[in-house]
Write a new protein. Structure first.
Length: 124
C-alpha cells in the first residue's frame, strides 16, 4: 500500500476534493444519432401552462427557480422544485408542464441530430 505524506501526517481522514453523483441515467426510448447538444435557459411566467406537447428529440431538464407541475401522459402529475430533474423522450406526450405561482426557470438540454433544431409539436 502506498502512503502519501499527508496520510502519514494527518490522523483524520481527508475529504475527497471532488465527488460525482449520478443524477440522471436513462435509456432513450428510441436510438438517436446525436451530433449536437443545445442547452437553453427557459423562463415561464407564473401559472403559465405549456399545454399538451411533444418534442422532436430527447430533452433533459433541471429546475433552477420556482416550480412546475410536470406530467407525462398516463402518469401522475408531480411538482418539480429547484434541483429536480426531468427527462422528456422524443415523441413522448407531455400532458402538463405548468409553471407554478412564482413561475419557473429551468435549463433544458436538447439532443439533436444532423440539421435538426429543437421543436415543440402540439399533438391532437
Amino acid at each position: 500500500m502506498i502512503e502519501y505524506w499527508w496520510e502519514v501526517m494527518d490522523s483524520q481522514p481527508r475529504k475527497q476534493p471532488m465527488t460525482r453523483v449520478v443524477l440522471v441515467d436513462t435509456d432513450l426510448a428510441q436510438p438517436k444519432t446525436t451530433t449536437r447538444v443545445q442547452a437553453r435557459r427557459i423562463t415561464m411566467a407564473p401559472n403559465h401552462p405549456a399545454g399538451l406537447h411533444v418534442h422532436n428529440g430527447p430533452v433533459v431538464g433541471n429546475v433552477l427557480e420556482g416550480s412546475v407541475v410536470y406530467q407525462v401522459e398516463g402518469h401522475p402529475a408531480q411538482t418539480l422544485a429547484p434541483g429536480d430533474l426531468f427527462v422528456e423522450q422524443e415523441g413522448q406526450r407531455i400532458a402538463r408542464f405548468d409553471a407554478g405561482p412564482d413561475g419557473v426557470t429551468f435549463l433544458a438540454w436538447f439532443l439533436l441530430g444532423p440539421g435538426e433544431e429543437p421543436a415543440i409539436l402540439q399533438p391532437e
